[in-house]
Ligand binder design. Structure first.
Ligand SMILES: [Ca+2]
Ligand SMILES: [Ca+2]
Length: 128
């Protein structure tokens, strides 16, 4: 996980939950304030604005802990772009699945399934 982690502090002032657990329909704070109307009534504007990432395409948004997690949450990979994410902890290539951006998890190297347009995930990438 990235180092700049911000979270949501529950009312007990001890439990800090990852932003993406806010309004996920599961009670993660002991009193359920992470699912309260105050935060979840008008998503995303009711959410704490420092915990969300507005996609540059202005069409959608995601939680800040979903930025640079190797998954395409903005739909156009803008949450995974090299501008956002300086490092790729997996393997970087042009991917063939749109759900992936240009960085795939190392676990998908040499797994017998093509992830990169040039097959480099199966030919060159090593899982370590
Ligand atoms: Ca929750
Ligand atoms: Ca993402």
């Amino acid at each position: 996980m990235a180092s700049k982690q911000l979270g949501f502090l529950c009312d007990d002032r001890t439990t800090c939950i990852p932003p993406s657990l806010l309004c996920n329909r599961k009670l993660d704070c002991s009193h359920g304030e992470d699912e309260s109307k105050a935060y979840c009534g008008q998503i995303p504007s009711s959410l704490p604005q420092n915990l969300i990432f507005k996609c540059p395409n202005r069409k959608t948004w995601t939680y800040i802990d979903k930025v640079c997690d190797m998954r395409n949450d903005c739909g156009d990979c803008s949450d995974e772009s090299g501008l956002q994410c300086s490092t790729c902890s997996g393997w970087r290539c042009n991917t063939v699945f749109f759900a992936d951006c240009d960085c795939i998890p190392k676990a998908r190297c040499k797994d017998g399934i093509q992830d990169c347009a040039d097959w480099s995930d199966e030919n060159m990438c090593t899982e370590d």
